[in-house]
Design a protein around this ligand. Structure first.
Ligand code: FES
Length: 101
């Protein structure tokens, strides 16, 4: 629906389950269907990054990208780029600790 619906708790929960990365795709600033809610998303991601690093999660594993519905190529490129980055970073450290249990 709107990137602002991505509660920070959802992101933390995802990482705690061992996912390697989270991509939040949002409308471009100024183009949110709910006026300015994506600015809230920008602030939330900025707050989440240092929090993730306290858990040993590289902040690059969380990505906010502005992609309009008409930017299919950008969406595909973003996914490819994110997958490449996550392969480069390797599995999430929380994924490894989960396997140890
Ligand atoms: S509708 Fe809010 S970010 Fe797209």
């Amino acid at each position: 629906m709107c990137s602002s619906r991505v509660d920070p708790e959802f992101v933390i929960s995802a990482f705690m389950t061992g996912v390697d990365g989270v991509l939040i795709a949002a409308c471009h600033p100024g183009n949110c269907h709910y006026v300015s809610q994506n600015y809230k998303t920008i602030k939330r991601v900025a707050l989440l990054e240092p929090l993730l690093e306290t858990f040993g999660i590289n902040k690059k594993r969380l990505r906010l990208e502005f992609i309009s519905a008409g930017e299919g190529n950008k969406f595909a490129e973003t996914i490819d780029d994110m997958v490449s980055l996550l392969k480069e970073l390797g599995p999430s450290p929380l994924s490894k600790s989960k396997e140890d249990k």
